[in-house]
Design a protein. Structure first.
Length: 179
């Protein structure tokens, strides 16, 4: 069985839902459109009794290079009525919108596995860390260099997955693993 999406591939076979981020030309950078499709596919997999787990991976050479910083991304109405905001507030609400969709990985009932290869940076680490298990290829490169400027990640799943010492190393340097 295959469901059609624009920015991801979704297929179910042998009890597994395989979701592939499908923007290899952008190293699978997370646009809001991709993340909302991912959210919909995850709920579809969660509702499907033939699915026993979800495997998340990236097309091409990277798992996910982070958030799409392209200025032209659409600003779809998310149904929340807010007063006019400054650009800093816009960024904060945008991050919350992304995180709300990514948290689906923790809210669904079925186990999720991130199959990481190539680059897994910034928002890609947010995506991976919401999964129950992470399986990394030998050549995987994982980091969140923006943390050197930001001081805190949008979610705190680092502590949960890698413990306090490695989390402090990442937060202070922006680099976790380079293979």
């Amino acid at each position: 069985m295959t469901t059609m999406f624009k920015y991801i591939n979704y297929e179910v076979e042998s009890g597994r839902a395989r979701i592939t981020l499908n923007r290899p030309e952008k190293r699978n950078a997370l646009s809001i459109e991709l993340v909302e499709e991912l959210r919909d596919a995850l709920w579809e997999a969660d509702d499907d009794t033939a699915v026993h787990c979800v495997i998340l991976k990236g097309a091409g050479r990277s798992f996910c290079a982070g958030y799409d910083l392209t200025a032209n991304r659409s600003r779809k109405d998310d149904g929340i009525n807010r007063r006019r905001r400054s650009s800093l507030d816009d960024d904060a609400w945008g991050i919350e919108r992304f995180q709300r969709s990514l948290r689906t990985l923790t809210e669904m009932h079925k186990p999720t596995i991130a199959q990481i290869h190539g680059h897994c940076y910034a928002g890609g680490t947010d995506l991976a860390l919401y999964c129950d298990m992470l399986i990394c290829a030998d050549e995987a490169s994982i980091g969140y260099s923006a943390l050197r400027n930001m001081g805190a990640a949008p979610n705190q799943m680092w502590l949960y997955h890698i413990g306090p010492q490695w989390t402090k190393r990442l937060l202070l340097t922006g680099i976790l693993f380079i293979f």
